[in-house]
Design a binder for this molecule. Structure first.
Ligand code: NAI
Length: 525
């Protein structure tokens, strides 16, 4: 199968935010594009706006003047569906309503040729259901673009139960020809992105609900340690709480109230109040004149400790990749890092190394990468009160912030030494309340778990899941590649400990993660 010929006519039904973006991309790729909308003025506005965008691209030297003129000339306003008879592909981007979409496609079937591909840009309705009453349901496929269409590379190509594979392939190849990055998905609630991304918002909301820190502080941790472009709260404010809450509810309902997708009462209250985010001037943050962005909380400067030591369990293979990266940063910043045999370490260390060697010791504090237990729990398990845990970072060498939590039993002096240590290594240090799994680790573990389940259920491939999250929502790394990098075993351990800490099915480990853990295999070879 190959992409649609450039000479083929593409029809776009609906000229709102999505339809006009799709028309812009298709016309720029060389197709004659026929635009239709029940509101004729929407079509004319879309064409005028697209022409302006092309002109801007000419000014930025990203499009030639001749190409801009030709692409603009290829945009045609249609005054009814009858004009779509010669289309090879129809992309529907109308109101998100099953009955209205079904009726549109039924009308189109009476107009277009048998070979014409019918595509829906729905973000939440079953592609199978939209196709169900068609004469030829095999030619209907999901072509799910992301907003803003010209800037977001991802297109989810979604097959319903009846969709012919060749149709999905043509749409995928055509998306490539349009400069997009398509991934295949099976028609299931939320498809890939709107399902796998749920924990990004949900874990943030739970952290806030449990008073781990305020929204601005959690956002800063997710950006500056996690490497995400936006923290969950500023992102939800941008998306709009009405939209984000309704997507969460729809996925939750569609999966028969699976606790993994439980909506948050915090978000429900924002919707109740009409605090919808940027568009209403208030969400987690205030917007508009005089609004100030609250600062992220960081610990006050503490004295730099003289050295850190790490102990390796006799016979163990040595420090983990994370420990290596953190210790390397300490060393780079001139902090002495010494290796001690477990037997020489502080009296308590022998007990500690029986579970996992801590990342390191600092002034009597045992410091661990979080494994999903709270620091308090870990201190109790190890009978070592001075326990501090630190969060995952996307890149320990470059992160500007790190989140840590101290056990309730931890002495102030041991805690301060650990703060001083991370500060000496150039991190802003955020103290989270002692929540299990901290912020980045807990979120990444849940993202990887959801992606693993989608793969396990045949919704998409591991590669597809990772590409979707990088290209659809700009994650710094695909969740499964992230699990590979951190260690699948570690991710499964974090989830298992979260499940134990909360006693909730929400944190159950995906069978595919368990399987990779048992075999030692990675998601990506
Ligand atoms: P929009 O409200 O900006 O535009 C929809 C347009 O469709 C309006 O101009 C409306 O007049 C027109 N319309 C409604 N019923 C029609 C019909 N029967 N025939 C012809 N035109 C009709 O909506 P938007 O945001 O562009 O969304 C369109 C579709 O794309 C929806 O299915 C939505 O779920 C989906 N989508 C939206 C995304 C977003 O971020 N806005 C992202 C991905 C998908």
């Amino acid at each position: 199968m190959a992409a649609l010929d450039k000479a083929s006519v593409v029809a776009v039904i609906g000229s709102g935010a999505m339809g006009s973006g799709i028309a812009q991309v298709a016309a720029a790729a060389g197709h004659t594009v026929k635009l239709y909308d029940t509101r004729a003025e929407a079509v004319h506005k879309a064409i005028a706006d697209i022409a302006k965008v092309y002109q801007k691209l000419v000014h930025k030297e990203r499009m030639s003047a001749a190409d801009a003129q030709a692409a603009t000339a290829r945009l045609q306003a249609a005054d009814g569906l009858a004009g779509m008879a010669d289309a090879a592909l129809v992309v529907e981007a109308i109101v998100e309503n099953l009955d209205v979409k079904r009726s549109l496609f039924a009308d189109l079937e009476g107009i277009v040729g048998d070979e014409c591909i019918l595509a829906t840009n729905t973000s939440s309705i079953s592609v199978t259901a939209i196709a169900a009453r068609l004469r030829r349901p095999q030619r209907l496929v999901g072509m799910h673009f992301f907003n803003p269409v010209p800037l977001m590379a991802l297109v989810e190509v979604i097959s319903g139960l009846a969709t012919e594979p060749a149709v999905a392939e043509t749409v995928s190849d055509t998306a490539v020809a349009w400069g997009k990055n398509p991934v295949y998905a099976k028609s299931t609630p939320g498809f890939i992105v709107n399902r796998v991304a749920r924990p990004y918002y949900a874990e943030g909301l739970r952290l806030l609900n449990e008073q781990a820190a305020d929204a601005a502080t959690i956002d800063a941790v997710m950006r500056e340690a996690g490497g995400f472009r936006m923290g969950p709260f500023e992102l939800m404010d941008l998306i709009g709480h009405d939209v984000n809450y309704s997507v969460t509810q729809s996925v939750f309902n569609a999966y028969y109230s699976d606790p993994r997708f439980t909506p948050s009462v915090i978000q429900q209250e924002l919707v109740n109040a009409g605090f919808l985010g940027r568009k209403s001037g208030r969400g987690f943050y205030a917007y508009g004149d005089g609004a100030v962005v609250p600062p992220a909380q960081s610990e006050a400067a503490q004295a730099r400790p003289e050295y850190v030591s790490y102990s390796v369990e006799p016979g163990a293979s040595g420090a983990s990749c994370v420990t290596d990266a953190v210790l390397a940063r300490f060393q780079e910043r001139g902090i002495a890092v010494t290796l001690r045999k477990a037997s020489e370490a502080h009296g308590h260390a022998a007990a500690i190394v029986q579970e996992h060697a801590p990342a390191f010791h600092c002034n009597g504090a045992a410091v661990y990468l979080t494994d999903g237990r709270s620091a308090t729990q870990r201190a109790a398990d190890n009978k070592h009160p001075d326990t501090v845990v630190f969060d995952l970072a996307y890149d320990y060498g470059k992160a500007t912030r790190i989140a840590i939590a101290a056990a309730d039993q931890c002495s102030a002096s041991a805690y301060s030494a650990v703060v001083g240590l991370f500060q000496a290594a150039g991190f802003a240090v955020t103290k989270l309340d002692d929540v299990p799994g901290l912020a980045v680790m807990r979120t990444v573990a849940m993202l990887a778990n959801e992606a693993a389940d989608a793969v396990n259920q045949g919704v998409c491939s591991a590669q597809g899941a990772d590409v979707a999250m990088q290209k659809g929502v700009n994650y710094p790394r695909g969740p499964l590649a992230w699990a590979d990098a951190v260690g699948v075993d570690r991710i499964a351990t974090v989830l298992g400990n979260l499940a134990a800490a909360y006693g909730e099915d929400r944190y159950r480990v995906s069978p595919l993660l368990r399987r990779k853990q048992a075999s030692g295999a990675k998601f990506h070879a």
